[in-house]
Design a protein around this ligand. Structure first.
Ligand code: PMP
Length: 412
């Protein structure tokens, strides 16, 4: 872990510190948005050189863009092991993908209380049921089975990996439980896809959503891939050009497949970047990839273990091999304040707050905001060491600058 696994943008960035000096930027916030891979930056730059609207023009540039955009669907489908015929719909992000799916579900959706708001709020208008996760994954699966037996649901929507603790859910086991009742499984892959090989066919995933900007590509492109029937019957998600077969002044015919939900000019450059990113991830040796992150995570957790005030958040006592996401709080330390100090005095970028997972933080009795550090293919041991050194230094000296306490009652 002395070297990054892949080259990412911004890795040599120097940032100004409060005392006027400069420091290497330590990016420990991959879970919010990961830096672009170098190869993604190159590919997007190349695509910027010549592009035009897709599906609309007959010109050379339009042809190039259309081919790249449509090829990206195949690249993504292969990358996630989508069964044949599952449409790959390009959206803005995971939130968009899950809202689209929510508009297509013909019944109740059951979720756990550990979800990111993006996999919690979209289901509510259509009949959301919330199941309380228990202390172990084994017990939680049993509770899920009992709940589905008591009252069936159309869909179970779970996160693949927690954006707060990095814990990975046993998707194949969940799929087996869910499918027993004729229910379908949707996976919020926002934090899983950037860290683990996902195979929809092997893992029994009916719908998968993820974001380009967390998967080493730029902002603005996301994916929903899944079974076709509900999506083809659903109201078009974005009504507009490209989504229709015929239109007259009285009525219109809607297309099926991905185009039904992609009205308007799509984010071609974002999709091209996303496709290039997943191609690069597909080339990684999985054991090397997972090992890299596991070592960083281990170094981080054991370093935090040396700090008596630190409390690391965890949901399940039996979870295995979490991804590179660690959240913690320090007793007696205001997390917002600490996050500002880490940025201003040490050049370290982390996430603070309640991580858009308020029900989960309540369940973990984390009543005040916490801090989250997260890493990926561009991270090294040096990043983790910089954090641990900064925390020790901060706890010994307190802040060096002059700060007002940041008293936000708007916590995200
Ligand atoms: N689900 C999880 C688990 C996430 O971590 C996030 C982003 N923090 C989202 C969904 C939402 O992703 P986006 O903001 O890209 O829509």
């Amino acid at each position: 872990v002395a070297k990054p696994l892949l080259d990412v943008t911004g890795s040599d960035l120097m940032v100004p510190l409060l005392d006027g000096s400069q420091s290497r930027y330590v990016n420990l916030d991959y879970a919010a948005s990961a830096p672009a891979l170098g190869v993604v930056a190159d590919r997007v730059t190349e695509a910027l050189g010549l592009y035009a609207s897709v599906h609309r023009g007959a010109g050379y540039a339009s042809d190039i863009s259309t081919t790249a955009y449509e090829n990206a669907r195949d690249t993504v489908a292969r990358f996630v092991g989508a069964p044949a015929g599952y449409p790959v719909i390009f959206t803005r992000n995971t939130t968009d993908s899950l809202n689209l799916l929510a508009s297509a579900v013909p019944g109740d959706t059951l979720v756990l209380d550990i979800e990111h708001h993006a996999n919690f709020l979209p289901w509510s208008p259509r009949g959301r049921r919330v199941l309380t996760a228990l202390d172990t994954l084994d017990e939680t699966l049993e509770a899920l089975e009992n709940e589905l037996r008591r009252q069936p649901a159309a869909l179970v929507a779970v996160t693949g990996a927690s954006n707060v603790t990095g814990e990975v859910l046993p998707l194949r086991r969940i799929a087996d439980v869910v499918h027993k009742f004729g229910t379908r499984l949707a996976v919020d892959g926002a934090q899983l896809v950037p860290h683990r090989r996902v195979n929809m066919r092997e893992q029994g995933i009916d719908y998968l959503a993820f974001s380009g900007h967390k998967t080493y590509a730029p902002f603005g492109a996301g994916v929903l891939v899944g079974r076709r029937d509900w999506l083809d019957k659903a109201e078009p998600y974005l009504r507009g050009g490209g989504a229709v077969t015929t239109v007259d002044t009285e009525q219109q015919g809607w297309r099926t497949g991905p185009h039904r939900h992609e009205g308007g000019s799509p984010n071609v450059l974002g999709v091209i970047g996303l496709a290039r990113a997943v191609e690069a991830l597909a080339e990684l040796d999985p054991s090397e990839w997972y090992q890299h992150e596991a070592e960083l995570r281990e170094a981080c957790i054991s370093g935090l273990g040396q700090i008596p005030q630190a409390r690391v958040l965890q949901i399940f006592s039996d979870s295995e091999a979490p991804v590179g996401v660690v959240s913690f709080s320090l007793d007696g330390v205001d997390s917002r304040h600490l996050a500002v100090v880490l940025a201003a005095e040490y050049g370290i970028g982390v996430r603070d707050g309640k991580f858009c997972a308020h029900p989960l933080l309540a369940r973990l009795q984390q009543t005040s905001p916490a801090l989250r550090v997260s890493f990926g293919v561009g991270s090294t041991k040096r990043d983790v060491t910089a954090l641990l050194t900064a925390l020790t230094d901060y706890l010994a000296h307190g802040p060096r600058g002059l700060y007002e306490r940041v008293d936000d009652n708007w916590v995200v």
